[in-house]
Design a binder for this molecule. Structure first.
Ligand code: HAM
Length: 431
């Protein structure tokens, strides 16, 4: 027999890990409620063309793509944004804007597997569509900060840039979009010299290269950095407008007075090609990979045949948030639920045990029924190993009186309790 393993890059989540994953997902759902985002569920499989349109080389080449049995070119989604944009361009096109839409689920990219990088991973994704105003960009940053804080992460920082600044300088030199995209991809990988070479070969002036060289060195936590950026790009109208837009967004975030750490990097680029405005990522000091990434993309919905609809969004990498959570040894704050095992003494009492278990579940008590027919002493050992709080032993003698034995496994004491009173006893006792 072959011993089966998971496919490379795919993982199993055992109960402890699954619990943390779902905890983070719950916090993301809470953020969606707190900010008024409605959940939508979109397919894992989408037309290849939709996902490839503006994904950028990095992601496009790493998609799981195949022909289905009906000869359709399909791909497993590497991100949510194109699916949400498709919906807004089609089914939702006549609905009143703005839209605040939330999704959570698994994504697929043929990335090189390593810590924090998997071929199947999870995101919580927020899109705000129908506003080109800086308050929309500020909201996406603030809700991301809320999620990190709700999860209990510490020292997370936002790295912020604006694609309009770099692209504005390049457009000022009339560099076509293909060259710009290539340069942005290289800058995303921090291969600045290669990016400058590409721009130079495409015929740009030495003044443009010099401006870009200075820009990519500009970074800092102080908003004063923006003034320096403005100074640098003052002869490039589009780039200057982009810098002012960035300044407005950051002012709004500051005005919210929420606790947030931000650094501006003028040379910051992201792999996805649809961005047209602010872009950002979130990092923690314990990890070298981003926990979340997002930005403004004002042309994607029109590209999919919809009304021109400005949009901004973010995806939070649940796997990486989970890793940061573990590295920072953050405590899981879950409700402390009592766990109970119900053990029938003999086979004839199985039905009675099931009846009592249902009654307790109706009273919102979680119950495990002993289903392997083992002896009471063995079942009790198992209940202790699982750190359960109570065992209910269903025996002939007590049943005749309408009672069972309720054993408090923490205090190691037991008493006979009327069936009607079990829920009350369990809920009422501490420990
Ligand atoms: P992204 O930067 O490609 O953006 O991904 C967002 C986050 O997903 C990353 O910061 C990371 O935490 C997580 N992630 C990406 N790839 C992997 C992987 N191979 N393994 C584990 N985690 C990963 C987007 O996906 C955009 N759709 C975000 C967006 C929404 N922009 C506007 N709206």
């Amino acid at each position: 027999m072959v011993e089966f393993k998971t496919v490379r890059g795919m993982r199993d989540f055992l109960p402890e890990e699954a619990k943390i994953m779902r905890y983070i997902e719950d916090k993301a759902r809470r953020v969606a409620e707190l900010y008024g985002y409605k959940e939508i569920i979109t397919p894992v499989l989408e037309p290849y063309e939709l996902l490839a349109a503006k994904a950028g080389e990095e992601i496009r080449l790493r998609m799981y793509t195949f022909k289905d049995l009906g000869e359709r070119m399909v791909a497993m989604r590497p991100e949510f944004t194109p699916s949400v944009a498709r919906l807004v361009a089609t089914t939702l096109r006549n609905e009143p804007k703005p839209f605040r839409l939330f999704c959570v689920g698994s994504l697929y990219r043929y990335d090189e597997p390593q810590q924090g990088r998997y071929r199947e991973f999870w995101q919580s994704n927020f899109e705000l569509m129908g506003s080109d105003k800086p308050e929309a960009d500020a909201e996406i940053i603030l809700l991301t900060n809320s999620l990190m804080t709700l999860v209990g992460l510490r020292n997370h920082t936002f790295k912020i840039g604006h694609v309009g600044v770099l692209r504005g300088v390049m457009s000022g030199e009339e560099l076509d979009e293909k060259v710009q995209n290539g340069a942005m991809q290289l800058m995303d990988k921090k291969q600045y010299d290669d990016a400058f070479r590409l721009i130079e070969e495409a015929g740009s002036s030495s003044k443009c290269i010099a401006t870009l060289r200075k820009l990519v060195k500009l970074r800092g936590g102080n908003l004063g950095i923006i003034e320096k950026m403005k100074q640098l790009v003052k002869n490039y109208e589009e780039a200057l407008k982009a810098t002012e837009n960035l300044q407005q967004i950051l002012k709004l975030v500051k005005a919210s007075e929420c606790k947030i750490e931000m650094t501006v990097e003028a040379g910051f680029a992201r792999g996805l090609e649809y961005y047209t405005g602010i872009i950002f990522e979130v990092n923690v000091p314990e990890m070298d990979k981003a926990l979340a990434g997002g930005g403004r993309y004002d042309r994607l919905i029109a590209l999919f045949g919809g009304e021109p609809t400005p949009a901004v969004g973010v995806a939070h990498g649940i796997d990486r948030i989970m890793l940061a959570f573990q590295l920072q040894k953050t405590a899981l704050k879950t409700k402390d639920e009592r766990k109970t095992m119900i053990i029938p003494i003999s086979e004839e009492l199985n039905g009675e045990a099931l009846k009592i278990s249902q009654m307790l579940r109706d009273a919102d008590i979680s119950v495990e029924v002993e289903v392997t027919g083992r002896k009471v002493s063995k079942a009790l050992e198992d209940a202790n190993r699982k750190k359960m709080d109570y065992a209910i032993i269903v025996g002939e003698k007590e049943l005749k009186e309408g009672s069972v034995v309720v054993r408090n496994l923490v205090k190691r004491e037991q008493k006979i309790v009327k069936i009607k009173k079990i829920a009350e006893t369990i809920k009422g006792q501490s420990g």
